[in-house]
Design a protein around this ligand. Sequence first.
Ligand code: GTP
Ligand code: MG
Length: 460
Amino acid sequence: MWPPLPPPDESELERAMRVQEENIAAAKSREIDLQIETDKLEAQKKRKPIRILLLGESGKSTILKNFQFHFAPIAFKEDSLAWRAVIHLNLVCIVNFVLDLLHPTSPAQPRDGGGRSSRNGVDPDSRSTDEIKQLRMRLRPLREVEIILFKKLTMGKCPTRRPSSVTLGSDQSSFKSADVVVRSGSGWKVLSKLHGPGGQGQINEVRQIIAACCPDIVSLWENETVQSAVSSHEEFQEHATTFFLNNALRICQMGYEPTIDDILRTRLTTLGVEEHRLTLEGGQIEQRNQEWVIYDVGGSRTQRAAWVPYFDDVTVIIFIVPLSAFNQVLDESVFSLFDSFQLWRAICNSKILAGITFIVIFNKRDLLAKKIEAGIQFKDFVTSYKDKPNDAQSISQYLRQKFAGIHKELSPVNRPLFSHITCAIDSQATSIVLIRSALIFSLLPLHPGLYAYLQFAKFC
Ligand SMILES: Nc1nc2c(ncn2[C@@H]2O[C@H](COP(=O)(O)OP(=O)(O)OP(=O)(O)O)[C@@H](O)[C@H]2O)c(=O)[nH]1
Ligand SMILES: [Mg+2]
């Protein structure tokens, strides 16, 4: 019993001393309780990091960048200068790709413009072609720039842009894609070294060459043959080509600093599995200082075996479905949307993932809207859609229901599924998806009952 009963013959002085000792002991005890509480909270903060696996088709790395920008803005800003090299590489790859496309030996080269001729008798196409010839000569240094930047990003390895099916002249690099492919693990670690001693000199040189080429890049983009080639070439339908070429004047300046829009548009194909640790900054959610480990994977079909070892330890899977992919065919002649369905089925069916929370993000709603506007009929590619309205909202809802149906069919017990529709290159629009996702993967593992409440509140 505390405090013990006072002795029966206690004097006034003894009583005063006893009370003082008891007060000191009580204060000490309160201090210890407080320390225990604080330790508990600290331990809670330092508990196992939440592990998030990004799977699915195009948009995974862009969603990752949104998470980094939104929840760790200081760290993101620190990395943003390192992104400059990747953005320059994107622009340079696009310019070189366009020049390859318009090379006289390229079968992909646009045909003559239907024999048009101007009033003064000069054929505008030949004038345009002459200009391209001159621009090709003047933009030659960008070939070297592409190789230097690739080597910087890949620790000296050779460029890994996909080999072309198009045969080009021997002095031309032969690529069929303007995509930048960098092996996982080499990404940020090497990017940050770009600004270290030694790397800086060469990078500055590269920036000077790009700045010097700026007027010619702008002229190339203003050339009518280039405009028509880009607007008609399949490769560029979904690519951020026009964004980078439209912004070339800004991006090529020596003092250029990347914006969030530039970074979200950047293409850097992931190879393998990349681990990104993100410590939450600011006061967005109560789990501040909580650590998230986000695994970003290469999405191509050949890389999927590499995902499996990461299934074991994850808390949440974010599965990306590009809404605009319904009419696209993958390298292996498989429809992209069909591939997404198959992959989703396999993931929902996986025994290792039975206890996992899934978030499906239906991405690229802007590109879906563009396709609808261009008159492309969804039902021509997804016959089960029948005669439902050919508008973006109806199509998105249809796909949402399809994916939810597969999840339900393959979930023997009720398990959480959350889904969102967004456009990942729009950081503002995507922020609501991120906040909701953060709430889900911070709270749901602690309070499984929350799912029923969130469903009730029409949160998912
Ligand atoms: N228009 C548009 N482009 C997008 C959207 N989301 C991503 N992109 C672009 O699509 C391209 C590919 O996106 P990534 O995020 O790199 O795709 P990924 O899933 O990581 O691809 P892999 O690494 O090859 O598996 C990038 O250029 C992005 O800017 C979107 O909602 N709309
Ligand atoms: Mg990626």
